[in-house]
Design a binder for this molecule. Structure first.
Ligand code: ASP
Ligand code: MG
Length: 402
């Protein structure tokens, strides 16, 4: 059996934890399995490297940032190989260049295109544990790229798909996917099984357990994922196409505080204006989330939308620079907002789900300022200060507790 095991930054944060991971992987290896380990940078290394870069040059180029960030994962994999060697187990560390993990060229947000499996296969045939750097790739210019924050999950899934692994385990500091963040909602429950689609909606709605791109890729290639704790041997959560456990109406609730609302006020109420506004953002790679347009009056209207807080400065600058062309009279924004989302395939066939959510919020005296939906998700925008309270209220409102 071929297994891919991915460990996040906290799981390899120090010597003791590195050996803990090493021993865990040796267990699998000694059962006769082929083992590939994917690692993130130790602890908060990536943040620390970004901080260093900002200190030297706040406008560092994305190419150089990737050159810097890829060192973090390289430290983890080499130390892991040394730990395994000290336990007398043959192992080899490889970075994205050595494996040849090809990505698109966009630094800081690259996507995998093709992964060579020859080198890894060769090392596995020699009965070595192969340890691969997460989060990184190489582009057509032979430059390093990174996959976006949290991207090591995607590396693990991509390797599992490319090598037709029998199992892909994502080890993290929580015991699996929960019905809500257990640090905020004390009675949140671990989910046994969840579909790719639900997991994808949760991951994009602020549940931090899996990189959303990794779920997308797992679905595309049918890679079954197991999310479990690196600290204990609990079962964890299985992410797959069809789940067999009885479906709850709602699978989970998530909050995303990293969001900001922008309003463009008094734009002309005629065809083409919305297109121009959103096209300006799209051309600059800014993802827009909830959109709300007011009813026209006196030939003008207002449009509000949300963007990630990381994109707020760029968004405001673009709106300001194009104020005249976009016929904007006034630009307003608010960073103190949060999105609360409920996700569940059960809502496809059950009316009243939105009403239950709004009732729970109303009972807690929480005001909703924007709403958006997909087939299996409902998202509301609220005051950021109410986010934790809302998470608990909605979770209880659907009876998701243990
Ligand atoms: N080290 C990278 C990050 O902190 C990638 C990862 O952890 O998955 O975002
Ligand atoms: Mg992560």
């Amino acid at each position: 059996m071929l297994v891919v095991k991915k460990f996040g930054g906290t799981s390899v944060a120090n010597k003791e934890r590195i050996f803990n991971v090493a021993r865990r992987c040796i267990e699998d290896y000694q059962k006769g399995n082929d083992v590939i380990i994917v690692l993130s940078a130790m602890g908060d290394t990536t943040d620390a490297l970004l901080e260093k870069a900002r200190d030297i040059n706040p406008n560092a180029s994305k190419r150089e940032l990737d050159m810097l960030l890829t060192t973090g994962e390289q430290v983890s994999v080499s130390l892991m190989a040394m730990a395994l060697h000290s336990l007398n187990v043959p192992a080899i560390s490889l970075n994205a260049f050595q494996v040849q993990m090809h990505t698109t060229s966009r630094n800081g947000n690259a996507r995998f295109k093709r992964i060579d499996s020859d080198r890894i296969r060769h090392e596995l045939e020699n009965r070595k544990i192969v340890i691969v750097t997460g989060f990184q790739g190489v582009n057509k210019y032979d430059d390093y790229t990174t996959l976006g924050r949290g991207g090591s999950d995607t590396t693990a899934v991509a390797l599992a798909a490319a090598l037709h692994a029998d199992r892909c385990e994502i080890f993290t500091d929580v015991e699996g996917v929960f019905t809500a963040d257990p640090r905020v909602v004390k009675n949140a429950r671990k989910i046994e099984e969840i579909t790719y689609d639900e997991m994808l909606e949760l991951a994009t709605s602020g549940a931090r357990v899996l990189h959303n791109r990794s779920v997308e890729m797992a679905k595309k290639y049918g890679v079954e994922l197991v999310v479990r704790s690196s600290m204990n041997t609990e079962e964890g959560t299985v992410v797959k196409e069809v789940v067999k456990v009885e479906k709850m109406l709602i699978t989970g609730v998530a909050a995303d505080k990293n969001t900001a609302r922008v309003s463009v006020i008094g734009v002309e109420d005629r065809p083409g204006i919305a297109f121009k506004i959103f096209n300006t953002l799209a051309k600059n790679n800014i993802n827009v989330d909830i959109i709300l347009q007011s009813v026209g009056r006196g030939g003008t209207k207002d449009i509000s939308f949300t963007v990630s807080e990381d994109d707020l400065d760029d968004t405001l600058r673009l709106m300001e620079e194009n104020k005249e062309a976009l016929t904007i009279k006034e630009i307003a924004h608010n960073e103190n907002v949060a999105k609360i989302s409920i996700v569940g395939a059960g809502m496809l066939s059950n009316p009243g789900v939105a009403a239950t959510m709004f009732e729970a919020l109303c009972n807690s005296n929480i005001n909703i300022s924007m709403i958006s939906t997909s087939e299996i998700r409902i998202t509301v925008l609220i005051d950021e200060k109410d986010a934790d309270k809302a998470l608990v209220a909605v979770h209880d409102g659907f009876g998701l507790e243990d």
